[in-house]
Design a protein around this ligand. Structure first.
Ligand code: FAD
Ligand code: UDP
Length: 408
Protein backbone atom coordinates (compact mmCIF):
# COMPACT_ATOMS: atom_id res chain seq x y z
CA UNK A 1 0.00 0.00 0.00
CA UNK A 2 1.28 3.46 -0.89
CA UNK A 3 0.35 6.53 1.14
CA UNK A 4 -0.19 9.92 -0.43
CA UNK A 5 1.15 11.59 2.71
CA UNK A 6 3.41 10.62 5.56
CA UNK A 7 2.63 13.03 8.40
CA UNK A 8 5.10 13.27 11.27
CA UNK A 9 3.50 14.32 14.57
CA UNK A 10 -0.08 13.77 15.77
CA UNK A 11 -0.50 17.15 17.50
CA UNK A 12 -2.81 19.86 16.18
CA UNK A 13 -0.64 20.59 13.11
CA UNK A 14 -0.37 16.96 11.97
CA UNK A 15 -3.88 15.90 12.95
CA UNK A 16 -5.66 18.81 11.25
CA UNK A 17 -3.75 18.10 8.04
CA UNK A 18 -4.45 14.37 8.30
CA UNK A 19 -8.16 15.08 8.76
CA UNK A 20 -8.35 17.59 5.90
CA UNK A 21 -6.35 15.50 3.43
CA UNK A 22 -8.41 12.39 4.20
CA UNK A 23 -11.88 13.83 4.60
CA UNK A 24 -11.52 16.84 2.32
CA UNK A 25 -9.47 15.29 -0.51
CA UNK A 26 -9.70 11.51 -0.15
CA UNK A 27 -5.93 11.17 0.31
CA UNK A 28 -4.41 8.21 2.10
CA UNK A 29 -2.45 9.34 5.12
CA UNK A 30 -0.04 7.69 7.51
CA UNK A 31 0.22 9.68 10.75
CA UNK A 32 3.29 8.80 12.83
CA UNK A 33 4.20 9.92 16.33
CA UNK A 34 7.10 8.85 18.50
CA UNK A 35 4.98 9.30 21.61
CA UNK A 36 2.55 6.62 22.77
CA UNK A 37 -0.51 8.80 22.12
CA UNK A 38 -2.16 11.23 19.71
CA UNK A 39 -2.80 14.92 20.54
CA UNK A 40 0.79 16.17 20.83
CA UNK A 41 1.19 18.59 23.71
CA UNK A 42 -2.58 18.99 24.01
CA UNK A 43 -3.01 15.35 25.07
CA UNK A 44 -5.14 14.76 28.17
CA UNK A 45 -6.02 11.61 30.10
CA UNK A 46 -7.60 10.37 33.33
CA UNK A 47 -5.02 9.99 36.11
CA UNK A 48 -4.97 7.24 38.75
CA UNK A 49 -7.61 9.07 40.80
CA UNK A 50 -9.89 9.31 37.74
CA UNK A 51 -9.35 13.05 37.23
CA UNK A 52 -8.89 14.44 33.72
CA UNK A 53 -5.43 16.07 33.54
CA UNK A 54 -3.30 17.59 30.78
CA UNK A 55 -0.07 15.64 30.53
CA UNK A 56 1.93 18.57 29.16
CA UNK A 57 0.56 21.42 31.26
CA UNK A 58 -2.68 23.40 31.18
CA UNK A 59 -4.21 23.89 27.74
CA UNK A 60 -6.98 26.45 27.50
CA UNK A 61 -8.62 26.99 24.15
CA UNK A 62 -9.22 30.58 23.01
CA UNK A 63 -9.43 32.21 19.61
CA UNK A 64 -10.77 35.17 17.71
CA UNK A 65 -11.14 33.07 14.58
CA UNK A 66 -14.69 31.95 13.94
CA UNK A 67 -13.36 29.70 11.20
CA UNK A 68 -11.03 27.83 13.57
CA UNK A 69 -13.71 27.53 16.23
CA UNK A 70 -16.30 26.24 13.77
CA UNK A 71 -13.84 23.81 12.25
CA UNK A 72 -12.94 22.27 15.63
CA UNK A 73 -16.62 22.19 16.57
CA UNK A 74 -17.02 19.37 14.03
CA UNK A 75 -15.10 17.17 16.44
CA UNK A 76 -16.19 18.26 19.89
CA UNK A 77 -18.90 19.87 21.91
CA UNK A 78 -17.70 22.67 24.17
CA UNK A 79 -17.80 23.63 27.80
CA UNK A 80 -18.11 27.36 28.31
CA UNK A 81 -15.05 28.39 30.29
CA UNK A 82 -13.30 31.72 30.83
CA UNK A 83 -9.81 31.36 32.21
CA UNK A 84 -8.79 33.27 35.34
CA UNK A 85 -5.35 33.43 36.96
CA UNK A 86 -4.07 34.90 40.23
CA UNK A 87 -0.48 35.89 40.98
CA UNK A 88 1.05 35.42 44.40
CA UNK A 89 2.61 38.84 45.10
CA UNK A 90 3.49 40.45 48.44
CA UNK A 91 1.64 37.71 50.33
CA UNK A 92 -1.63 38.19 48.43
CA UNK A 93 -3.31 36.45 45.51
CA UNK A 94 -4.12 39.23 43.05
CA UNK A 95 -5.53 39.22 39.50
CA UNK A 96 -3.11 38.86 36.59
CA UNK A 97 -3.37 40.42 33.94
CA UNK A 98 -2.84 43.50 36.08
CA UNK A 99 -6.18 45.33 36.31
CA UNK A 100 -7.91 47.89 38.51
CA UNK A 101 -8.46 45.39 41.34
CA UNK A 102 -4.81 44.29 41.22
CA UNK A 103 -3.63 47.84 41.92
CA UNK A 104 -6.26 48.57 44.57
CA UNK A 105 -5.62 45.28 46.38
CA UNK A 106 -1.85 45.55 46.19
CA UNK A 107 -1.60 49.16 47.39
CA UNK A 108 -4.76 49.34 49.55
CA UNK A 109 -6.26 52.02 47.28
CA UNK A 110 -9.75 52.75 45.97
CA UNK A 111 -8.91 54.07 42.53
CA UNK A 112 -11.42 54.26 39.70
CA UNK A 113 -10.66 53.18 36.12
CA UNK A 114 -9.77 56.74 35.12
CA UNK A 115 -7.57 57.19 38.16
CA UNK A 116 -5.72 53.93 37.60
CA UNK A 117 -4.85 55.00 34.05
CA UNK A 118 -3.34 58.16 35.57
CA UNK A 119 -1.53 55.96 38.08
CA UNK A 120 -0.02 53.86 35.28
CA UNK A 121 1.01 57.04 33.44
CA UNK A 122 2.71 58.34 36.56
CA UNK A 123 4.80 55.20 37.06
CA UNK A 124 5.41 54.16 33.42
CA UNK A 125 8.81 54.74 31.84
CA UNK A 126 7.81 55.27 28.20
CA UNK A 127 10.18 53.76 25.64
CA UNK A 128 10.73 55.21 22.21
CA UNK A 129 11.24 51.76 20.70
CA UNK A 130 9.53 48.79 22.25
CA UNK A 131 11.82 45.90 21.32
CA UNK A 132 12.12 43.68 24.36
CA UNK A 133 9.82 42.07 26.91
CA UNK A 134 11.17 44.52 29.48
CA UNK A 135 10.28 47.54 27.29
CA UNK A 136 6.67 46.32 26.96
CA UNK A 137 6.00 46.14 30.68
CA UNK A 138 8.18 48.95 32.06
CA UNK A 139 6.88 51.23 29.31
CA UNK A 140 3.30 50.58 30.40
CA UNK A 141 3.26 50.02 34.19
CA UNK A 142 6.72 51.04 35.40
CA UNK A 143 9.57 49.22 37.08
CA UNK A 144 7.98 48.32 40.41
CA UNK A 145 5.07 46.36 38.94
CA UNK A 146 7.44 44.90 36.35
CA UNK A 147 9.57 43.54 39.15
CA UNK A 148 6.65 42.25 41.19
CA UNK A 149 4.91 40.42 38.33
CA UNK A 150 7.16 39.90 35.33
CA UNK A 151 10.88 39.95 35.97
CA UNK A 152 11.14 36.93 38.27
CA UNK A 153 8.55 34.85 36.42
CA UNK A 154 10.23 35.48 33.07
CA UNK A 155 13.73 34.74 34.35
CA UNK A 156 12.45 31.46 35.79
CA UNK A 157 10.40 30.48 32.76
CA UNK A 158 12.96 31.32 30.08
CA UNK A 159 16.28 31.35 31.93
CA UNK A 160 16.72 34.82 30.42
CA UNK A 161 16.06 38.37 31.54
CA UNK A 162 12.99 40.01 29.89
CA UNK A 163 15.45 42.48 28.28
CA UNK A 164 16.83 39.50 26.30
CA UNK A 165 13.45 38.37 24.93
CA UNK A 166 11.32 39.76 22.08
CA UNK A 167 8.50 42.08 23.08
CA UNK A 168 5.88 39.53 21.98
CA UNK A 169 6.55 37.28 24.99
CA UNK A 170 5.28 39.53 27.78
CA UNK A 171 2.97 41.36 25.35
CA UNK A 172 0.82 38.21 25.48
CA UNK A 173 -0.36 39.42 28.88
CA UNK A 174 -2.38 42.67 28.63
CA UNK A 175 -2.77 45.45 31.22
CA UNK A 176 -6.30 46.60 31.99
CA UNK A 177 -7.82 49.60 33.70
CA UNK A 178 -11.18 47.93 34.32
CA UNK A 179 -12.08 44.98 36.57
CA UNK A 180 -12.06 42.34 33.82
CA UNK A 181 -9.98 39.53 35.33
CA UNK A 182 -10.16 37.05 32.46
CA UNK A 183 -6.77 35.89 31.26
CA UNK A 184 -7.80 36.08 27.58
CA UNK A 185 -9.91 38.61 25.74
CA UNK A 186 -10.78 36.38 22.77
CA UNK A 187 -14.26 36.05 21.29
CA UNK A 188 -14.31 32.27 21.66
CA UNK A 189 -13.14 30.77 24.94
CA UNK A 190 -14.11 27.20 25.71
CA UNK A 191 -12.83 23.77 26.63
CA UNK A 192 -13.56 20.60 24.66
CA UNK A 193 -16.40 19.03 26.64
CA UNK A 194 -14.90 15.51 26.81
CA UNK A 195 -11.28 16.66 26.58
CA UNK A 196 -8.68 17.16 23.87
CA UNK A 197 -7.85 13.51 23.30
CA UNK A 198 -11.50 12.78 22.49
CA UNK A 199 -11.45 15.71 20.06
CA UNK A 200 -8.40 14.21 18.33
CA UNK A 201 -9.99 10.75 18.22
CA UNK A 202 -13.03 12.18 16.45
CA UNK A 203 -10.85 14.20 14.11
CA UNK A 204 -8.79 11.18 13.07
CA UNK A 205 -11.71 8.73 12.82
CA UNK A 206 -11.47 8.17 9.07
CA UNK A 207 -10.64 5.03 7.12
CA UNK A 208 -8.00 6.86 5.08
CA UNK A 209 -6.02 7.78 8.20
CA UNK A 210 -3.71 5.14 9.60
CA UNK A 211 -1.93 5.93 12.86
CA UNK A 212 1.43 4.58 13.97
CA UNK A 213 2.46 5.43 17.55
CA UNK A 214 5.72 4.83 19.45
CA UNK A 215 7.53 5.29 16.14
CA UNK A 216 10.09 7.83 15.06
CA UNK A 217 9.43 8.60 11.40
CA UNK A 218 13.06 7.79 10.57
CA UNK A 219 12.42 4.16 11.47
CA UNK A 220 9.88 3.80 8.67
CA UNK A 221 10.85 6.51 6.18
CA UNK A 222 12.55 4.15 3.73
CA UNK A 223 10.21 1.20 4.24
CA UNK A 224 6.75 2.66 3.84
CA UNK A 225 6.12 4.11 0.38
CA UNK A 226 4.63 7.60 0.28
CA UNK A 227 4.50 10.55 -2.10
CA UNK A 228 4.91 13.55 0.18
CA UNK A 229 5.73 14.29 3.75
CA UNK A 230 4.46 16.77 6.31
CA UNK A 231 6.77 17.34 9.26
CA UNK A 232 5.67 18.91 12.55
CA UNK A 233 8.65 18.09 14.81
CA UNK A 234 11.58 20.39 15.67
CA UNK A 235 13.02 21.85 12.47
CA UNK A 236 16.67 21.76 13.60
CA UNK A 237 16.40 18.05 14.40
CA UNK A 238 15.06 17.35 10.90
CA UNK A 239 18.26 18.78 9.42
CA UNK A 240 20.49 16.99 11.96
CA UNK A 241 21.36 20.29 13.68
CA UNK A 242 23.41 21.38 10.66
CA UNK A 243 23.66 24.96 11.89
CA UNK A 244 23.61 24.07 15.59
CA UNK A 245 20.74 23.59 18.03
CA UNK A 246 17.79 25.95 18.06
CA UNK A 247 17.02 26.74 21.69
CA UNK A 248 13.68 25.38 22.93
CA UNK A 249 12.61 25.81 26.53
CA UNK A 250 11.47 22.69 28.37
CA UNK A 251 9.49 21.96 31.52
CA UNK A 252 9.21 19.30 34.18
CA UNK A 253 5.62 18.62 35.20
CA UNK A 254 5.01 17.45 38.75
CA UNK A 255 1.51 16.12 39.37
CA UNK A 256 -0.20 15.86 42.74
CA UNK A 257 -3.61 14.58 43.85
CA UNK A 258 -5.03 15.87 47.12
CA UNK A 259 -7.90 14.66 49.29
CA UNK A 260 -9.80 17.91 48.96
CA UNK A 261 -12.36 18.77 46.33
CA UNK A 262 -10.91 22.23 45.67
CA UNK A 263 -7.62 23.88 46.61
CA UNK A 264 -7.20 27.07 44.57
CA UNK A 265 -9.65 29.95 44.03
CA UNK A 266 -9.02 29.81 40.27
CA UNK A 267 -7.50 27.31 37.81
CA UNK A 268 -3.99 28.75 37.82
CA UNK A 269 -1.87 30.53 40.42
CA UNK A 270 1.38 32.15 39.18
CA UNK A 271 4.42 32.49 41.44
CA UNK A 272 6.63 35.23 40.00
CA UNK A 273 8.93 35.54 43.02
CA UNK A 274 8.66 32.35 45.08
CA UNK A 275 9.46 28.69 44.47
CA UNK A 276 11.26 26.99 41.60
CA UNK A 277 8.00 26.40 39.75
CA UNK A 278 6.27 29.14 37.78
CA UNK A 279 2.63 28.18 38.20
CA UNK A 280 0.24 25.65 39.69
CA UNK A 281 -2.85 24.45 37.83
CA UNK A 282 -5.88 22.78 39.37
CA UNK A 283 -7.50 20.88 36.53
CA UNK A 284 -11.08 20.60 37.73
CA UNK A 285 -11.55 24.35 37.21
CA UNK A 286 -10.77 23.83 33.53
CA UNK A 287 -12.77 20.69 32.95
CA UNK A 288 -15.70 21.23 35.32
CA UNK A 289 -15.30 17.64 36.53
CA UNK A 290 -16.97 16.76 39.84
CA UNK A 291 -14.75 14.62 42.08
CA UNK A 292 -14.08 14.45 45.84
CA UNK A 293 -10.31 14.74 45.18
CA UNK A 294 -8.37 17.26 43.11
CA UNK A 295 -5.31 16.99 40.84
CA UNK A 296 -2.77 19.76 40.31
CA UNK A 297 0.36 20.24 38.24
CA UNK A 298 3.46 22.25 39.11
CA UNK A 299 5.60 23.52 36.20
CA UNK A 300 9.39 23.62 36.65
CA UNK A 301 11.22 25.27 33.73
CA UNK A 302 14.27 23.48 32.28
CA UNK A 303 16.78 24.25 29.56
CA UNK A 304 17.09 20.60 28.46
CA UNK A 305 14.35 18.07 27.79
CA UNK A 306 11.36 17.80 25.48
CA UNK A 307 11.13 20.94 23.34
CA UNK A 308 8.05 22.90 24.45
CA UNK A 309 8.67 26.59 23.77
CA UNK A 310 10.62 28.23 20.94
CA UNK A 311 12.57 31.09 22.55
CA UNK A 312 11.72 34.35 20.75
CA UNK A 313 14.82 36.56 20.57
CA UNK A 314 16.77 38.05 17.66
CA UNK A 315 19.67 35.57 17.49
CA UNK A 316 17.32 32.58 17.57
CA UNK A 317 15.12 34.09 14.89
CA UNK A 318 18.25 34.52 12.73
CA UNK A 319 19.26 30.90 13.27
CA UNK A 320 15.73 29.75 12.46
CA UNK A 321 15.86 31.68 9.16
CA UNK A 322 18.79 29.49 8.10
CA UNK A 323 16.76 26.35 8.81
CA UNK A 324 13.75 27.91 7.12
CA UNK A 325 15.82 28.37 3.97
CA UNK A 326 16.75 24.66 4.06
CA UNK A 327 13.09 23.77 4.61
CA UNK A 328 12.02 25.82 1.60
CA UNK A 329 14.44 23.90 -0.61
CA UNK A 330 12.66 20.65 0.22
CA UNK A 331 9.75 20.59 -2.22
CA UNK A 332 8.83 17.07 -1.00
CA UNK A 333 8.32 18.11 2.64
CA UNK A 334 6.02 20.70 4.23
CA UNK A 335 6.97 22.11 7.64
CA UNK A 336 4.01 23.00 9.86
CA UNK A 337 3.37 23.76 13.55
CA UNK A 338 5.00 25.29 16.60
CA UNK A 339 8.25 23.30 16.52
CA UNK A 340 8.70 23.02 12.75
CA UNK A 341 8.21 26.75 12.10
CA UNK A 342 9.78 27.85 15.42
CA UNK A 343 6.86 30.09 16.39
CA UNK A 344 5.45 30.68 19.89
CA UNK A 345 1.97 29.71 18.65
CA UNK A 346 -1.16 28.89 20.60
CA UNK A 347 -3.32 25.95 19.56
CA UNK A 348 -5.69 28.06 17.47
CA UNK A 349 -2.78 29.62 15.56
CA UNK A 350 -1.43 26.16 14.77
CA UNK A 351 -4.87 25.03 13.58
CA UNK A 352 -5.13 28.17 11.40
CA UNK A 353 -1.65 27.58 10.00
CA UNK A 354 -2.48 23.94 9.18
CA UNK A 355 -5.76 24.95 7.50
CA UNK A 356 -3.84 27.51 5.39
CA UNK A 357 -1.31 24.87 4.36
CA UNK A 358 -4.15 22.54 3.36
CA UNK A 359 -5.80 25.32 1.34
CA UNK A 360 -2.49 25.86 -0.50
CA UNK A 361 -2.17 22.14 -1.20
CA UNK A 362 -5.63 21.97 -2.79
CA UNK A 363 -5.41 25.43 -4.39
CA UNK A 364 -8.56 26.76 -2.76
CA UNK A 365 -9.42 29.69 -0.52
CA UNK A 366 -8.97 28.71 3.13
CA UNK A 367 -12.63 29.05 4.08
CA UNK A 368 -13.70 26.77 1.20
CA UNK A 369 -10.98 24.23 1.87
CA UNK A 370 -11.81 24.15 5.58
CA UNK A 371 -15.46 23.31 4.98
CA UNK A 372 -14.93 20.85 2.14
CA UNK A 373 -16.39 17.45 2.94
CA UNK A 374 -15.96 16.23 -0.65
CA UNK A 375 -14.96 12.72 0.17
CA UNK A 376 -17.03 10.99 2.81
CA UNK A 377 -15.27 8.24 4.67
CA UNK A 378 -15.94 4.89 3.06
CA UNK A 379 -18.00 3.12 5.73
CA UNK A 380 -18.83 -0.56 6.16
CA UNK A 381 -22.51 -1.20 5.40
CA UNK A 382 -23.08 -2.51 8.90
CA UNK A 383 -21.45 0.01 11.18
CA UNK A 384 -20.07 -1.26 14.47
CA UNK A 385 -21.70 0.19 17.61
CA UNK A 386 -18.52 2.15 18.37
CA UNK A 387 -18.38 3.89 15.01
CA UNK A 388 -22.15 4.57 15.14
CA UNK A 389 -21.65 6.21 18.52
CA UNK A 390 -18.81 8.31 17.18
CA UNK A 391 -20.78 9.50 14.20
CA UNK A 392 -23.69 10.36 16.47
CA UNK A 393 -21.30 12.45 18.58
CA UNK A 394 -20.14 14.39 15.52
CA UNK A 395 -23.72 15.05 14.40
CA UNK A 396 -24.72 16.30 17.84
CA UNK A 397 -21.70 18.57 17.95
CA UNK A 398 -22.91 20.55 14.93
CA UNK A 399 -26.12 21.47 16.76
CA UNK A 400 -24.17 22.32 19.88
CA UNK A 401 -21.86 24.51 17.83
CA UNK A 402 -24.77 26.70 16.84
CA UNK A 403 -25.64 27.03 20.53
CA UNK A 404 -22.03 27.75 21.49
CA UNK A 405 -21.70 30.38 18.76
CA UNK A 406 -24.86 32.12 19.88
CA UNK A 407 -23.62 32.14 23.44
CA UNK A 408 -20.11 33.29 22.50
P1 FAD B 1 3.03 19.38 19.12
O1 FAD B 1 1.77 19.34 19.89
O2 FAD B 1 4.32 19.54 19.85
O3 FAD B 1 3.09 18.05 18.23
C1 FAD B 1 4.25 17.63 17.56
C2 FAD B 1 4.31 16.11 17.62
O4 FAD B 1 5.35 15.66 16.77
C3 FAD B 1 4.62 15.57 19.01
O5 FAD B 1 3.58 14.73 19.46
C4 FAD B 1 5.94 14.81 18.83
O6 FAD B 1 6.01 13.63 19.60
C5 FAD B 1 5.91 14.50 17.33
N1 FAD B 1 7.24 14.29 16.76
C6 FAD B 1 8.29 15.16 16.80
N2 FAD B 1 9.36 14.62 16.18
C7 FAD B 1 8.97 13.39 15.75
C8 FAD B 1 9.64 12.33 15.06
N3 FAD B 1 10.93 12.43 14.71
N4 FAD B 1 8.95 11.20 14.76
C9 FAD B 1 7.66 11.06 15.15
N5 FAD B 1 6.98 12.03 15.82
C10 FAD B 1 7.63 13.17 16.12
N6 FAD B 1 -1.87 26.74 23.53
C11 FAD B 1 -3.09 27.31 23.72
O7 FAD B 1 -3.77 27.68 22.76
N7 FAD B 1 -3.60 27.47 25.01
C12 FAD B 1 -2.91 27.08 26.11
O8 FAD B 1 -3.39 27.23 27.24
C13 FAD B 1 -1.62 26.48 25.93
N8 FAD B 1 -0.91 26.09 26.99
C14 FAD B 1 0.31 25.50 26.80
C15 FAD B 1 1.02 25.08 27.92
C16 FAD B 1 2.25 24.46 27.76
C17 FAD B 1 3.00 24.02 28.99
C18 FAD B 1 2.78 24.26 26.46
C19 FAD B 1 4.13 23.60 26.28
C20 FAD B 1 2.09 24.69 25.34
C21 FAD B 1 0.84 25.31 25.49
N9 FAD B 1 0.10 25.74 24.40
C22 FAD B 1 -1.14 26.33 24.59
C23 FAD B 1 0.62 25.60 23.01
C24 FAD B 1 0.15 24.31 22.34
O9 FAD B 1 0.63 23.20 23.06
C25 FAD B 1 0.68 24.28 20.92
O10 FAD B 1 0.30 25.43 20.19
C26 FAD B 1 0.21 23.08 20.10
O11 FAD B 1 0.08 21.91 20.88
C27 FAD B 1 1.23 22.85 18.99
O12 FAD B 1 0.81 21.80 18.16
P2 FAD B 1 1.85 21.17 17.12
O13 FAD B 1 1.12 20.10 16.39
O14 FAD B 1 2.52 22.24 16.35
O15 FAD B 1 3.02 20.54 18.03
N1 UDP C 1 4.52 36.40 32.43
C1 UDP C 1 5.05 36.90 33.61
N2 UDP C 1 4.29 36.83 34.74
C2 UDP C 1 3.05 36.29 34.77
C3 UDP C 1 2.53 35.78 33.57
C4 UDP C 1 3.29 35.83 32.41
O1 UDP C 1 6.17 37.37 33.62
O2 UDP C 1 2.42 36.25 35.84
C5 UDP C 1 5.35 36.49 31.21
C6 UDP C 1 6.32 35.29 31.12
O3 UDP C 1 7.48 35.71 30.44
C7 UDP C 1 5.52 34.31 30.30
C8 UDP C 1 4.88 35.24 29.27
O4 UDP C 1 4.53 36.41 30.04
O5 UDP C 1 6.34 33.34 29.73
C9 UDP C 1 3.66 34.71 28.56
O6 UDP C 1 2.73 34.26 29.53
P1 UDP C 1 1.65 33.12 29.16
O7 UDP C 1 0.79 32.94 30.36
O8 UDP C 1 1.01 33.48 27.88
O9 UDP C 1 2.61 31.86 28.97
P2 UDP C 1 2.30 30.36 28.47
O10 UDP C 1 0.88 30.02 28.90
O11 UDP C 1 2.51 30.34 27.00
O12 UDP C 1 3.32 29.56 29.21
Amino acid sequence: MKFDYLIVGAGFAGSVLAERLARGSGKKVLLVDRRSHIGGNAYDHYDDAGILVHKYGPHIFHTNSREVFEYLSNFTRWRQYEHRVRASVDGQLVPIPINLDTINQLYGLKLTSMEVEKFFESVAEPREHVRTSEDVVVGRVGRELYEKFFRGYTRKQWGLDPSQLDAMVTARVPVRTNRDDRYFGDTYQAMPLRGYTRLFENMLDHDNVKILLNTDYREILDVIPHDKMIYTGPVDEFFDYRYGKLPYRSLKFEFETVNEARVQPVAVVNYPNEHLYTRVTEFKHLTGQEHPKSSLVYEYPLSEGDPYYPVPRPENNELYKKYQALAEERSDVLFVGRLATYKYYNMDQVVAQALSVYARIVGQKRAEATRAQAVPAPRPVLASPASKRRRAAVTVSLTETAVALKGA
